[in-house]
Design a binder for this molecule. Structure first.
Ligand code: SAH
Length: 391
């Protein structure tokens, strides 16, 4: 069946006629302070240092994050002098849209270009009663999970706070323009490992939860991690947002093959850190489990998973594997996934199979790739592996 695919190439960056292609990043950074980098506390400190009252911070947050304003002259509750002063030293600059794809199921993927020319992806998933934005935390990813397309692209750098919150800021502006409802839920399930970019992710999360910015409750923001144990311990002190763990295997030998980080932080340590994070309350960790045919999807593995999860209050999301070019993995059949789900379910574990969204535009879990220079040379190594050096 032919699937609808709309692809538009944008050229909205000032001062140039064509978007640069891969490998030719154009640096458009400026010396001005980007106010998207500041959460409320940082903004209040910045204003205080300039001799302004702290309440300016909440006023400015509302202009930027609730009104989507990037032009100081529109900030009518600031004096003309203050508006001019701000415009001279600061800017409000999100990423630019390099491409925008719409899936036949209504989800949308944006390829965002950053000031240094790197490109990252964000995915918008509308559902009845909610609209989820899946955002990136790094340019690429350093973790090298064997079933993930981002891993193939290698790693370049962490995103700044402005570049993380800028995805939400920009998407809400675009949605407002088309008359769509704003984002109601954010998941850190795009490119990168959020807990390896801790401080910038935390500042962005604080803006997401701030009543003067996005006012998203802790249930509406989810950090997904491959299990960076020391950062999980810090996370409990920093925030109370929802937690998802990418587990994918019920034993260490298999998990290390799929998620190499497991060598450093094995399953029991990771689950212990998750249990500490959710505490004694009624909250649960979402366990993400990608369904790979013949690898991690047997009934026996489902039973092992159920036993393992006795140690942490959890619910399971089974994610049908989303293929990408040159992967050797295959998606488990629907019958296999149902059987796996039933075993977990019968052990008293709430289990859902995640609906695959946006796979016709490569926007589904694990398919995000962006466009950037790989500092790890992993992309090159992988090409040599699959072609035997012939490419
Ligand atoms: N680094 C973080 C967040 C990014 S990945 C983490 O590991 O959780 C978001 C989710 O998509 C993770 O659960 C990841 O394991 C899953 N995923 C990655 N590649 C996938 C693929 N090809 N098919 C289905 N899910 C995938």
């Amino acid at each position: 069946m032919a699937k609808l695919q709309i692809f538009r190439q944008f050229d909205n960056a000032p001062g140039r006629n064509a978007a640069p292609g891969a490998g030719t990043p154009v640096d458009r950074s400026t010396d001005k302070v980007n106010l998207l980098d500041f959460d409320r506390a940082a903004l209040a400190a910045w204003f205080a240092a300039r001799g302004e009252k702290p309440f300016r911070a909440t006023q400015l947050l509302k202009w930027i994050h609730q009104q989507g304003v990037d032009d100081f002259s529109a900030m009518t509750n600031f004096s003309k002098a203050l508006r001019e002063e701000l415009a001279a030293v600061a800017e409000i600059r999100g990423p630019t849209v390099a491409a925008d794809q719409l899936s036949s199921d209504g989800s949308r993927k944006w390829l965002f270009e950053l000031a240094d020319g790197n490109r990252i992806e964000s995915v918008y998933i509308p559902e009845p009663g909610r609209a989820t934005l899946c955002i990136s935390s790094q340019v690429g990813c350093a973790l090298n999970c064997s079933f993930c397309s981002t891993a193939r692209q290698g790693f370049n750098r962490n995103l700044s706070t402005a570049e993380i919150i800028g995805q939400l800021w920009m998407v809400n502006r675009l949605l407002a323009r088309s008359g769509d409802a704003p984002v109601s839920n954010v998941v850190f399930m795009g490119m990168g490992e959020p807990l390896l970019n801790f401080d910038n992710v935390m500042a962005a999360v604080s803006l997401m939860q701030d009543d003067f910015a996005y006012a998203l409750s802790k249930r509406r923001v989810t950090i997904s991690t491959a299990g960076v144990v020391p950062a999980l311990q810090r996370l409990a002190e920093a925030t109370d947002v929802s937690l998802a763990l990418s587990l994918h295997a019920p034993d260490d030998a298999l998990r290390t093959r799929l998620v190499p980080l497991n060598q450093k932080y094995p399953i029991n340590e990771v689950l212990h850190a998750c249990r500490e994070y959710v505490g004694e309350g009624r909250r649960r960790v979402t366990i993400e489990y990608v369904m790979l045919e013949g690898v991690n999807d047997s009934d026996q593995q489902a039973r092992a998973l159920a036993r393992l999860l006795r140690q942490v209050p959890s619910k399971v999301n089974l994610i049908p594997f989303n293929p990408f070019p040159q992967t050797l993995y295959r998606r488990s059949s629907a019958e296999r996934i149902d059987s796996f789900r039933d075993i977990l379910h019968n052990s008293g574990i709430v289990t859902i199979t995640r609906k695959t969204r946006g796979d016709d535009i490569d926007a589904a879990c694990g398919q995000l790739a962006g466009d950037f220079t790989d500092r790890t040379r992993r992309r090159k190594r992988f090409e040599v592996e699959v072609t035997g050096g012939a490419a």
